[in-house]
Design a protein around this ligand. Structure first.
Ligand SMILES: *Cc1c(COP(=O)(O)O)cnc(C)c1O
Length: 426
């Protein structure tokens, strides 16, 4: 069972004394360990490999700096994430820009030194790109997002690769894809490099990744013949599962990386492909388990069937339980572990009945003022946080080796009000 009352060698209580609650605390050593596990295990003697950190999981300059230092690249999906990366040492050539509806302005940012690779999602995007690439000073690599129609076994709302998904072009639309490739080849400042696919999130099955590789490798072989070109790069996306609760047993990163590389090497040899680079994009797999959210317990409520404890955050700092029924494990770190545990519903303070963080938490007798740690909140917590009910977003701390650094300060009422200007515009 997950229970940590120290992070980076410091007691959570001491960190909270400085920051207040709620607060996201990242164990920096776990972040670095995960980055290295991916980097060290995702290698091949047949082709180059790249690991990109999917910054949507948790984006701030500090984590991007760490990724750059550890030799990872970056996956971004908006001008905001691109801009954030711009303030770090992340090499432009290692930045991949995704998204199904990039604006002209965002595409210009990417072309003018923002991203080395744009992952084109549809033919309209390519038309827009073709129109503006003439003014670019550098060449930008292009991957096309393919929807291989493989659904990974995960919660329905986070599956993205079904044939009716909003993302990418169906693997069956060969003619459309050939047209797009030919158009890219005619653009002087764009360089067609290959394909991208992403089959879902929190994927537990090795088989799903192997299926994706088989489908994409065969497709690459076909398209090399069909278009008379060599395809250099295959980007397999992210989706590596992590452990939220005891029920989750993800495949360890090392063996999973090796399975992926070997499956790909096998297909490259079997089909005589020209592949020069294989890329993956873990987000959650790097950030999730490194993060813990710490709340203070406030009031309690007992009904006939349930006992609630209310915390000083909720769906504003962690939307995942309300959005898609995500489950988490928590511990009351102000009480000894003890053997007798009560069943509580952990509810947030937002004005929604659905603002329940954990439906059934077994905790020692919990009192007002206790600190509740919810684990594995490092991905899609802060990055999906909102100001619902005008709650300021919590602070973010990185801790390692007995030192804690405040990475993001808590958002204040004034921060939120600073956006209000009431200026006549027409
Ligand atoms: C969301 C996403 C990722 C990262 O997914 P994780 O589940 O966090 O690993 C990578 N690539 C693309 C294109 C994505 O949409």
């Amino acid at each position: 069972m997950i229970r940590k009352d120290k992070i980076g060698g410091i007691s959570i209580e001491n960190i909270v004394r400085e920051t207040g609650t709620p607060v996201y605390i990242y164990d920096e050593d776990v972040l670095i360990k995960r980055m290295r596990e991916f980097k060290e295990n995702f290698t091949s003697s047949r082709f180059q490999t790249r690991v990109l950190y999917a910054s949507k999981a948790f984006a701030c300059r500090e984590i991007i700096r760490l990724a750059a230092r550890e030799g990872l690249g970056l996956d971004v999906v908006s001008g905001g994430e691109l801009h954030c990366a711009g303030g770090t040492p992340m090499d432009r050539n290692m930045i991949y820009f995704h998204g199904n509806n990039k604006t002209r302005h965002e595409l210009k940012m990417a072309l003018s030194g923002g991203a080395g690779t744009i992952v084109v999602d549809n033919s309209q995007e390519l038309d827009e790109l073709a129109d503006i690439q003439k003014d670019a000073e550098e060449t930008t690599g292009i991957l096309i997002r393919i929807n291989p129609g493989i659904e990974a076994h995960t919660h329905e709302y986070i599956a993205t690769a079904r044939k009716d998904s909003k993302f990418g072009i169906s693997i069956d639309d060969r003619h459309q894809i050939r047209e797009i490739i030919q158009k890219i080849i005619r653009c002087e400042n764009l360089r067609f490099r290959g394909f991208h696919a992403h089959i879902g999130s929190q994927i537990f099955s090795r088989e799903a990744f192997v299926k994706e590789i088989e489908a994409m490798a065969e497709y690459i072989g076909e398209m090399e013949d069909f278009c008379g070109i060599e395809i250099e790069e295959l980007n397999l996306g992210g989706g590596f599962a992590v452990r939220y609760t005891d029920e989750d047993s993800p495949i360890p990163i090392g063996p999973l990386c090796r399975t992926i590389v070997e499956a790909c090497e096998g297909k490259v040899m079997q089909l005589g492909l020209h592949l020069k680079r294989l890329t993956i994009e873990p987000g959650r797999g790097i950030a999730a388990e490194a993060g813990t959210t710490v709340y203070s317990v406030g009031y309690k409520k007992k009904t006939e069937t349930k006992e609630y404890i209310f915390v000083d955050g909720g769906m504003a700092d962690n939307i995942r339980p309300a959005l898609y029924g995500a489950e988490y494990h928590c511990e009351n770190i102000s009480r000894p572990e003890g053997s007798s545990r009560n069943e509580y519903v952990v509810a947030g303070k937002c004005c929604e009945s659905g603002d329940i963080l954990i439906k059934s938490a077994l905790l020692p007798e919990t009192k007002k003022g206790d600190l509740l740690a919810v684990y594995t909140t490092g991905a899609y917590g802060y990055s999906m946080a909102s100001n619902y009910n005008r709650l300021g977003r919590p602070a973010v701390v990185f801790a390692s080796g007995g030192e804690a650094r405040l990475i993001m300060r808590r958002e204040t009422y004034e921060d939120m009000e600073a956006l209000e200007i009431n200026r006549k515009i027409i």
